[in-house]
Design a protein around this ligand. Sequence first.
Ligand SMILES: Cc1cc2nc3c(=O)[nH]c(=O)nc-3n(C[C@H](O)[C@H](O)[C@H](O)COP(=O)(O)OP(=O)(O)OC[C@H]3O[C@@H](n4cnc5c(N)ncnc54)[C@H](O)[C@@H]3O)c2cc1C
Length: 399
Amino acid sequence: MTASHAAADSTAALGTMLETDEQRALRAAVAAVGKRYGRAYFEDVVRDGRHPDELWADAAKAGYLGVNLPEEYGGGGAGITELAIVLEELGVAGCPLLMLIVSPAICGTVIARFGTEEQRREWLPGLADGSRTMAFGITEPEAGSNSHRITTTARRDGDDWVLTGRKVFVSGVDIADATLIVGRTEDAKTGRLKPCLFIVPRDAPGFTRSAIDMELFAPEKQFELVLEDVRLPPSALVGDEDAGLLQLFAGLNPERVMTAAFALGMARYAIAQAVDYANTRQVWKDPIGAHQAIAHPLAQAHIDIEMARLMTRKAAQLYDAGDDTGAGEAANMAKYAAGEAAVRAVDQAVHTLGGNGLTREYGLASMITGARVARIAPVSREMILNYVSHQSLGLPKSY
Ligand SMILES: Cc1cc2nc3c(=O)[nH]c(=O)nc-3n(C[C@H](O)[C@H](O)[C@H](O)COP(=O)(O)OP(=O)(O)OC[C@H]3O[C@@H](n4cnc5c(N)ncnc54)[C@H](O)[C@@H]3O)c2cc1C
């Protein structure tokens, strides 16, 4: 097997010790679906301003989109480990589906774990079969990385809730049936604001969106949202008003694991392209891949990717085993490692192709900004380093 196969082939799974037969079979099956579409399909979709509906429908039919959701609500009854495998392998095929991060992973998890029975029955079957999607909005213009500073506020008016605030960079709001909005409610006893989650339907009066002009090559758009006295029924509040923080954290670990898988799929795709090119492109007596200045950075990128895959696996496994605290540290580290691996892998892949690295034909230049998303979102590289400094190493905080 050549290195190019090792980088992209689904049979280069994590090994029998780390993945079950079912997980390896899932990897291979998703890879086969991804291959039927491939990068050319994804590029056409983006250039035409469409969404990868055909791929989404096929993945839904095979049960991949809701593989992590409970069986009794139409899901596959597996875990984030399996959903991450789906996202990674579609990325390896050149078709990373960002909505898998927000819809089944964050929103599906939060509703499955904390939603009322009514909310589960209303949302989970649709999220699982891909017929409905949900976006997730936490980032605010004035708060950014400091989510303690969010000001989107929900106040009671009779039985209803009335939401006011602004969000920014929220992905896929135009195609999602609703957005899970992180707001705050006032604690009746202390007067302090506490986080709460609300399901806001796409066309709720007072809920407006405007697309942000992003330099990204992706089918999903990012939006700035304004919530102006958005009136919602009591059933819009997810789960318990007093358990908002716990509920929020339940969604954030899957988000980080899935962002890692998103980055790793892209990184593996890029390295496979670069290795194929380095094996055939010849400008002196041997293919350029024989020059160590080309080979070693690719080897380093491959090692970085494999290490990040291991950490992602660890985080997913801890999460699926119910260890939210252990998963928190591992998911942050996995997201960090995968984001950095992806940025370096794509950069090295582009460089390996020389001028062709910047052509449309080879499709790598368009991944430069895409790979950087995983360094910034959903939590930036620096905020993860802060987390590890404080939580893992016990160092003091500077802010
Ligand atoms: C493509 C894309 C999709 C996104 N999708 C969503 C979505 O669906 N839903 C959603 O809610 N959000 C989404 N986001 C938003 C994303 O989560 C934020 O961009 C991210 O959390 C960083 O916030 P910010 O952009 O406000 O940066 P800022 O918080 O302004 O940070 C700017 C820079 O300062 C650094 N910095 C800030 N504080 C510190 C500190 N204490 N120490 C060291 N460095 C620091 C950061 O690391 C960063 O490099 C998306 C973003 C992108 C780019």
